[in-house]
Structures are given as C-alpha cells and as structure tokens.
Design a protein around this ligand. Structure first.
Ligand code: NAD
Ligand code: AHE
Ligand code: ZN
Length: 433
C-alpha cells in the first residue's frame, strides 16, 4: 500500500519514460566495444564545491578504458544520489579526490570483462558495491589481515581492494580508467564505483551479480542506502521484538532504519528530525512518535527521550552525520544495555565525545558500514527479497531525472525535498525539459 502511494508521487523531471525500455534493450548488444576505449557522457566533479547543490557537476564526454585483469566494464543504467556523494562533493571527505567521477549507488549491465574474470560475463545485471567482497580462496589464504575476521563473520569490511578504491585507482596497475575527452586529464574513481558515468570500470570483487529479471531502475538503491539502513537494524544492532528505538535523521537511510525496526517488532519507534515536514513521511514508514529537537529550547534532546521512554531507548541510530547528534543518540540510550549505532558520515576533522561514564554504565557505541552486509554474496539475496515483495524499494524513490539534470538531484537533496532521486543514465531515454 505504502509503495503504491509513494510511487504515485514520483516526480519525473525531464524524463520521457516511454523511451526507457528501448534504451536499456540496446545495452545488451554492446560486446562489439570490448577491448576498445568507450567515449560516453559522465558528470565530472572537477573540484570540491561547498555549495554542492549549485551546478557543481559538469556533463562532459569521458573516455573509459577497457577493463584490465580482474576488472569489469559496466554500462550504468541507473544511479541514485546518496548523501555521501554530496559530502564528498562539498569537500568534507578526507579521502575526497578531484577531479573525479562520483556516484556509488547504482545498477547496470556488464559490457565486457578483463582477463581472469570468472564471476560475471557480458550481459549480466550487476549492482556495483562500494564495499567489495573478495573470493573464498583469498580468505582461505589470508589475502589480507582482515580475512581472519571476515571469514568467520566478524566484519563485512573486505581489505583486498579498499586501498585502491580509497586512492581512486584500479588495483592491477594503480591507474584510473577514466580520462576527460576534452582535456585528456585522468579522472579519479570514487568509492570503487563511479556511477555518474554511462560506463565505469569496477574490480570484479565489487560486482554483485543479480537475477536477469531484476528491475535496474529500482534495485540500484540496494547499492547503498537501503541495504545500510536495513542492515544496521538486523545485522548490527540486532533489534528484537518489543524494543524501543530512536532514529535521528529522516532521510532515506533513517527511514530504512525505521522500516526495519518496525519489521523487527519494535513497540516504540521515535523519529527525530529538525524538519517538521518529515513527520508525516516518517509516520508512513513506521514511527510511533516524531520529535523535533528545536521545539525544546535549550533542553538536550537526549533528556527529552530518556523522559519520554521511562529511562532511555534500547537502540538508537544516527543517520545525520552530525557528531553532536551522535552524542545525543548515545546518551538517549538506557543505562545498562542501550546500544547506539553510528551510520552517518562526519566531515574531516570531526570527532565524537561523551563522558566515559556513559559507557562504564553499560551503553554501547558502535557503527556500521553498508549495514554489515557482505556485498557480492548478500546483495543478490536482498534483490530476491525485493522481488518476492518482502522488501520494498519504491517508497524511497521520490524523483527521477536524466543524467543531464543530475545537478537538480543534488538541489532536491539539499532542499530536503527528495528521498532518493534516480538518475536515468541513458540520455537517449530522456528529453531535456
Ligand atoms: P539525507 O540527507 O537524505 O537525510 C539526512 C536527514 O537528517 C534529513 O532528513 C535531515 O533533515 C536530518 N538532519 C540533519 N541534521 C539533523 C539534526 N541535527 N538532527 C536531526 N536530524 C537532522 O541523507 P541520507 O542519504 O539518508 O544519509 C544519512 C547519513 O548516512 C549521511 O551522513 C550519509 O553520508 C550516511 N551514510 C552512511 C552509510 C554507511 O554505510 N555508514 C551509508 C549510506 C549513507
Ligand atoms: N572516506 C571517509 C569515510 C566515508 C565513510 O565512512 N563511508 C562509509 C560509507 S558511506 C556510504 O554512503 C563506509 O562504509 N566506510 C567504510 C569504508 O570502508 O569506506 C573518511 O572519513 O575517510
Ligand atoms: Zn551511500
């Protein structure tokens, strides 16, 4: 029901929907390009821009080199904006590199594969995953120091290619596969994905192969925000029935947390946001209470929540990236057992603090990346759950734009007007209204 209601509200900005299917159809017959550089459109971030919502990206031609050994070239059909793209674009990311092709929440079709690739082939549908997952043989031979914990399920943070994705290059030769067609300048990859290009090159470890009948225009959201929110509840916090939960930040990630808390059987779900316009939306997703901290004068919001819940919440989640909010979320937890999960990403130089007494007295402060999911093996299962109707993606898609309107997507996010805006990457499928 919720899905139907929200889908009806999707705004298609300059998007001619009728043309989408033929454009995707063409993608399947592109093996003629294997082994050759491809020239295509991409949104380039030439430099950081504090006001990221004001036309920060330029749409230009880029050259995408063929995949090297262990690499996969993918035609990106649909991407979406996550707040982390804005965070990097505005210059807050200590790992941010420029010029770059940003974007990390996407879906697409394999165009060609490099030497040695065995897990995907041309024509396969994939979700690029910024948290890569190495292969079983890597884990058995302790490929990197993280394998010891990874193989027994202590973490989803694979270390095999992370140094290269952080450096914006490919592992096989330490170079990027993108260059500007206009200037010839090399362009860095972003989070090992670079979805804001019609073609990108991924490490094989980052390619989650999904079923052939999966709709790419919705499943792209599983590449970050939804998997993160759902996983934070089920994998990281492990919320149990009858819990009391508080969620700070009612963007896509926060709403996915709410949805998962409801599914887990939480009896009270408190949404916290500065924007009153988020109240009705949050109620649709499952909050039982909505709290706007600005309505309580100088009173710390954690005090309000502790009073409201008769001692504090069992679980809290920061989905804002604000370090003061992270502290409030921790201190809103019940003495003795409350757990607080940091999901939001804070800018360079920011640090969290609290009185150690908060932890001495039993509260637990933890964090999650990609909701604790292992990517290549678990994202296809999430797709199956969506296709079976057990999980819903549509309610999170509020807008659709074509690649040439990508800056509008950043503006909508900045204004708090959108949840996820899906970017249709094939400009032939759109008009420029
Ligand atoms: P978003 O911009 O869509 O939503 C953020 C929400 O927080 C908005 O509703 C905003 O009104 C609210 N907010 C801002 N400041 C607040 C405050 N002081 N108190 C209460 N609410 C406040 O962002 P999103 O895409 O949902 O992402 C949320 C955060 O999660 C971002 O920091 C993003 O970078 C991060 N993220 C982390 C992971 C991970 O794996 N850990 C994955 C995806 C996103
Ligand atoms: N590069 C930043 C940190 C950014 C960050 O924490 N990213 C999250 C994903 S946000 C997705 O929208 C994450 O998963 N981090 C773990 C990882 O391996 O990157 C910094 O502070 O340097
Ligand atoms: Zn993200």
């Amino acid at each position: 029901m919720l899905a139907v209601q929200r889908a009806a509200r999707v705004a298609t900005l300059g998007l001619r929907r009728a043309n989408v299917a033929p454009a995707l159809g063409r993608a399947l017959s592109q093996s003629a390009t294997a082994g050759k550089p491809i020239e295509c459109d991409a949104a380039i971030a030439w430099e950081p821009k504090k006001e990221y919502w004001k036309d920060a990206l330029t749409i230009e031609k880029v050259i995408v080199d063929p995949p090297g050994p262990g690499e996969v070239r993918v035609k990106i059909t649909h991407a979406a904006l996550c707040h982390t793209d804005a965070f990097t674009l505005e210059g807050s990311d200590p790992e941010g590199l420029f010029p770059a092709v940003l974007g990390h929440e996407a879906a697409g079709i394999v165009e060609s594969v490099g030497e040695g690739v065995t897990t995907v082939k041309p024509g396969d549908k994939v979700i690029p995953c910024y948290q890569a997952e190495c292969f079983e043989h890597d884990q058995h031979s302790d490929h990197c120091p993280r394998c010891r914990g990874y193989r027994v399920g202590k973490t989803n943070l694979c270390g095999k290619i992370r140094p290269y994705t952080g450096a914006g290059v490919m592992k096989s030769d330490g170079k990027p596969r993108f260059r500007s067609a206009r200037t010839g300048e090399a362009l860095y990859h972003y989070m090992g994905v670079s979805a804001f290009s019609q073609y990108t090159v991924l490490h094989e470890e980052s390619c989650a192969k999904i079923r052939d009948d999966a709709p790419l225009e919705t499943m792209n959201l599983l590449g970050c925000g939804l998997a993160t929110g759902w996983g934070a509840v089920q994998n990281t916090a492990k919320v149990e029935p009858e819990s009391i939960c508080a969620i700070f930040g009612m963007g896509t990630v926060g709403l996915a947390v709410i949805e998962a808390c409801k599914r887990a059987g939480a009896k009270q779900i408190i949404g916290v946001d500065l924007d009153d316009n988020k109240k009705s939306l949050a109620e649709e997703f499952g909050v039982t209470d909505f709290v706007n901290p600005t309505k309580f004068g100088d009173r710390p919001i954690q005090e309000v929540l502790v009073e409201m819940t008769g001692g504090g919440v069992d679980y809290s989640f920061d989905c804002t990236g604000n370090v003061k909010v992270m502290r409030s979320a921790l201190e809103a937890c019940h003495i003795g057992w409350g757990k607080s999960v940091v999901i939001g990403v804070a800018g360079a130089g920011q640090e969290i603090s609290t009185r150690p007494f908060q932890l001495v007295t039993g509260r637990v402060w933890m964090g999650t990346a990609f909701g604790g999911f292992k990517s290549r093996s678990e994202v296809p299962k999430l797709v199956d759950q969506c296709m079976a109707g057990e999980l819903k993606v549509d309610p999170y898609i509020t807008h659709q734009v074509n690649l040439s309107n990508i800056n509008r997507a950043f503006e909508l996010m900045h204004n708090g007007e959108s949840l996820r805006t899906v970017i249709y990457m094939d400009n032939d499928a759109t008009n420029s209204a």
